[in-house]
Ligand binder design. Structure first.
Ligand code: GTQ
Length: 345
């Protein structure tokens, strides 16, 4: 291992000025910032957003800003490590809580980043993605893959709130983020694919040379089904935590290009100490209460809260009552880049 590297201050001022004029800089004083030893040195810090604290602010936004003036009425969850106004919760994951009031609609657009929503509160809301009307019920996971038209609507009579997760920070970093607006979509007059082609796990429309499957065949994962599956897993899990991956039913791979999603169930009193993962994560509490110790910091979470963990975080989850969490992570991205890793502890 190389010893202490040279600093900028050790170099003659005239030489430093000449470098500046030439538009160059020495690597070695910066080397450990960009290539630390052994593990990354994340900027991201654990965040915790209590739903009880954010909900009134979101409802106030509903009074202050009509949806026409917002396009999307969202309060962004800013990473504490990046500070006020940060448009991201981890290096790769953006999170926001979105409000739609009865009768409102959010206009159609499509954009390069992909999005997924986890429904937090209210009924009657829906998203139309690529002409498919996706009803939004508590805990549902609803996908909006990059490049697909989507608009949101609301047929109910109470506010609807959902959590948005987007890979927006990546697209901003890559200077690849933009949106195109369009007219509200006409919808096919049929239920969404979770109730038609993919009504049962393990069954897909018969495949043949002419099978025309969509790239994203199933864009809504109804929570009732997820919870029922977790309960069955938990019954036979021998004390280990039941955790299920959401997958594309045609390919068996992750549901979106960079973001992955799992659903977890913790019984009352149950603890989970996952390996240290190179992926960053956000946890959304669909139901339940408990604590998660993240690198020594304790987050005491309740229903509908959201909290985040940086890369390689040391996590211990403990449920004080039966709890269901959705974990949003960036393993699919890291797999594609060839560096996803888990370390035992
Ligand atoms: O609902 O399409 O939180 O485009 C941020 C950007 C939600 C959306 C966000 C978006 C949306």
């Amino acid at each position: 291992m190389s010893e202490q590297l040279g600093t900028l201050e050790e170099l003659p001022q005239a030489y430093r000025d000449d470098m500046t004029r030439a538009g160059v800089a020495p690597l070695w004083p910066m080397m450990r910032n960009v290539l630390p030893h052994g593990a990354p040195n994340p900027i991201t810090r654990p965040g915790h957003w209590r739903f009880d604290a954010v909900r009134p602010l979101l409802l106030r936004a509903g009074e202050l800003t009509p949806v026409e003036k917002a396009e999307r009425r969202v309060l962004v969850l800013s990473d504490p490590g990046r500070g006020t106004g940060a448009m991201q919760a981890t290096a790769s994951i953006y999170l926001g809580l979105q409000l739609l009031l009865p009768g409102e609609s959010a206009p159609a657009h499509k954009h390069t980043p992909s999005a997924a929503r986890i429904v937090v509160e209210g009924s009657g809301g829906y998203t139309v993605v690529d002409g498919e009307k996706l009803p939004m019920q508590d805990g549902d996971l609803v996908l909006t893959p990059g490049g697909d038209w989507h608009d949101h609507g609301h047929d109910g009579d109470e506010p609807v709130i959902w959590l948005d997760a987007l890979d927006l920070p990546l697209f901003v970093y890559l200077e690849g983020s933009y949106a195109i607006e369009g007219p509200l979509q006409t919808r096919r007059n049929r239920p969404d694919a979770a109730h038609v082609e993919y009504a049962a796990a393990g069954l897909v429309p018969s495949r043949g040379p002419a099978a025309a499957t969509r790239r994203y065949p199933m864009m809504r994962f109804p929570w009732a089904r997820t919870e029922a599956a977790l309960r069955e897993m938990a019954r036979f899990a021998d004390g280990s935590v039941a955790e299920l991956d959401f997958i594309n039913p045609e390919t068996g791979t992750d549901v979106l290009p960079t973001m992955g999603f799992t659903a977890m169930m913790l019984a009352e009193g149950q603890s989970d100490r996952p390996p240290l993962r190179s992926s960053s994560a956000a946890f959304h509490v669909v139901r339940g209460r408990g604590t998660t110790v993240i690198n020594g910091e304790t987050v005491a979470w309740g229903p509908k809260d959201t909290f985040t963990a940086p890369v390689f975080a040391d996590l211990t989850h403990t449920a004080t009552e039966e709890s269901f969490l959705v974990r949003i992570h960036d393993r699919p991205l890291q797999d594609k880049l060839g560096y996803y890793e888990e370390r035992s502890r």
